[in-house]
Write a protein that binds this ligand. Structure first.
Ligand SMILES: Nc1ncnc2c1ncn2[C@@H]1O[C@H](COP(=O)(O)OP(=O)(O)OP(=O)(O)O)[C@@H](O)[C@H]1O
Length: 265
């Protein structure tokens, strides 16, 4: 695909985040290319959500450099250009899916004339067109999550930051969402950053950022990661890199933010 923007969608250097007095992201440096799907992977507690919050501009105590679409993360100009979906669906239970989307479209400043088409398209994208008039409060958790995702798609943002969007979804919905992510990247040129701790989802990404204990273990393509570690799967590659990092920097569990499990759940 021709990339109209040679500069990355996101660039981080010396990125550090402190939460509750503890360093939870430490000296991260990476770039996220435009128009591709980048997976942010790592065990529970490694700092994925914190990094996403920093990108969306909703995280306090961020130091270092974090540039998003050419602006400092959190810059007001980025609001319509970045779609962010948190782990907890943020929709109004007493509104229907369509009413939620209409409301957020207005908040985003989408012109009244353009709203119906935008809302229809977003509902269609997440396969909720047939539930447009159902109350969000009467929907399943997975459906509410998809309404949240539809909200993030309004206005066709250039960057989508999706925090574990497939968690709790059945295999068919998970597959459909991954197809949507690929469509957004391939056909609309969107940059998609998606977090997961399910390693099989890593294989569906163009690039991967592997995080552990707030540090970056790898920033590469799934193929290159498998090759460089002589592994058959990304999960095996991840475990190889964890062992390598432990051998080079043996920190005690008490010093780290990570759970004691070595295997991502
Ligand atoms: N409000 C908070 N105050 C202090 N520390 C926090 C807070 N929220 C999270 N943390 C800590 O920050 C670290 C990173 O948490 P984060 O939620 O970013 O991890 P994660 O990789 O997204 O985990 P999960 O996959 O379980 O969602 C963890 O050690 C966590 O305990």
């Amino acid at each position: 695909m021709m990339n109209k923007h040679p500069e990355p969608a996101v660039e981080a250097a010396g990125l550090r985040v402190v939460r509750g007095g503890r360093t939870v992201l430490d000296d991260l440096a990476f770039a996220i290319p435009r128009g591709r799907i980048t997976g942010l992977l790592g065990p529970s507690g490694c700092g994925k959500s914190t990094l996403m919050r920093a990108l969306a501009g909703s995280q306090a105590h961020v130091t270092g450099t974090l540039t998003v679409l050419g602006r400092p993360a959190g810059h007001r100009d980025l609001r319509p250009r970045v779609g962010y979906v948190t782990q907890a669906p943020s929709v109004y239970a007493d509104l229907t899916a369509r009413q939620n989307l209409d409301y957020y479209a207005a908040v985003l400043g989408i012109h009244r004339r353009d709203r119906p088409a935008q809302v229809d398209r977003a509902l269609h994208d997440v396969d909720l067109a047939s539930h447009a008039d159902a109350l969000a409060g009467a929907m399943s958790g997975g459906q509410r999550g998809r309404v949240s995702l539809a909200v993030a798609l309004l206005g066709e943002p250039e960057l989508l930051v999706l925090d574990e969007p497939t968690v709790g979804l059945d295999p068919v919905l998970r597959r459909d969402l991954w197809r949507l992510f690929h469509r957004l990247a391939d056909e609309r040129g969107a940059t998609v950053l998606v977090s997961s701790h399910v390693m099989d989802e890593a294989e569906r990404c163009h690039r991967l950022l592997l995080l552990r204990d707030g540090r970056l273990l790898a920033d590469d393509t799934p193929d290159a990661l498998r090759r460089s570690t002589s592994s058959d799967t990304v999960e095996e590659a991840f475990l190889h890199l964890v062992d390598q990092a432990d051998a080079a920097d043996p920190r005690t569990p008490a010093d780290t933010a990570a759970p004691t499990e070595a295997t991502p759940r």
